[in-house]
Design a protein around this ligand. Structure first.
Ligand code: GSH
Length: 216
């Protein structure tokens, strides 16, 4: 199996956490989308040019972080079960995963984009995005009162989606002011799979800051 990804891409981080949870072996293929040559090569191979992308042992190309995780969870019986066996719990896990991608991760992208915009920032839009994310953080805090992890007592696909978002959100929001979310975030940072991903992020960030790697 080969994973085409970038350590600073949030959807790639989501898949990396899942692969480490499953203890699945894979060849890492880091793609620098901000480097025109590397982007062109990757787009020749996979025209949509989106990361992450998994190439299975059989040679199938599997895009979309949630679908990649569904695939590896069914392919590997090792490690953590990421989509629970219980039907109702599996549905709840998939729902939370969708909500995190659509109502948290994608809004965060927009906020990061606005905050790093050169010239005049759109303050009204920034306030609106902060309000939307604030509401989602309240929702998560409420939900985390019930379980150890987001959907259950063991880690699922939804947690793989959530950790990278919280890693980014901590730069803009006071996560420690939410009781349950704060407990969860501490717990996440002690999880081996996430420690590994964080190391990769910090190494890549160091390369960006020192100019050894282009800004993604
Ligand atoms: N829904 C997709 C989102 C993938 C995505 O947007 N990836 C970004 C990086 S985080 C990307 O490849 N962007 C490159 C581009 O759009 O040119 C998933 O879950 O994998």
């Amino acid at each position: 199996m080969e994973l085409f990804y970038h350590p600073l891409s949030r959807y790639s981080q989501k898949v990396l956490i899942a692969l480490y949870e499953k203890q699945a072996n894979f060849y890492p293929r880091v793609i620098e989308l901000s480097d025109p040559l590397s982007r062109r090569e990757f787009c020749d191979f996979y025209p949509p040019g989106k990361l992450p992308l998994l190439k299975s042992k059989a040679g199938e190309l599997i895009p979309e972080s949630s679908i990649i995780i569904e695939f590896i969870d069914s392919e590997f019986s090792t490690g953590t079960r990421l989509i629970p066996h219980d039907k109702a719990l599996a549905l709840e896990t998939r729902l939370q995963d969708r909500l995190i991608d659509n109502d948290f991760s994608n809004i965060l992208f927009e906020l990061e984009h606005q905050k790093t915009e050169d010239g005049e920032q759109n303050q009204i839009l920034i306030r609106q995005l902060e309000k939307d994310i604030g509401q989602f953080l309240d929702y998560l805090d409420n939900k985390l009162e019930k379980h150890h992890w987001l959907c259950a007592e063991s880690l699922t696909l939804a947690d793989c989606a959530l950790f990278p978002c919280l890693y980014c959100a901590q730069n803009y929001f006071q996560l420690f002011s939410y009781d349950n979310l704060n407990r969860y975030w501490h717990q996440a940072q002690l999880r081996g799979s996430f420690i590994q991903v964080k190391e990769e992020i910090e190494l890549a960030m160091g390369d960006v800051l020192s100019g050894r790697r282009p800004i993604p």
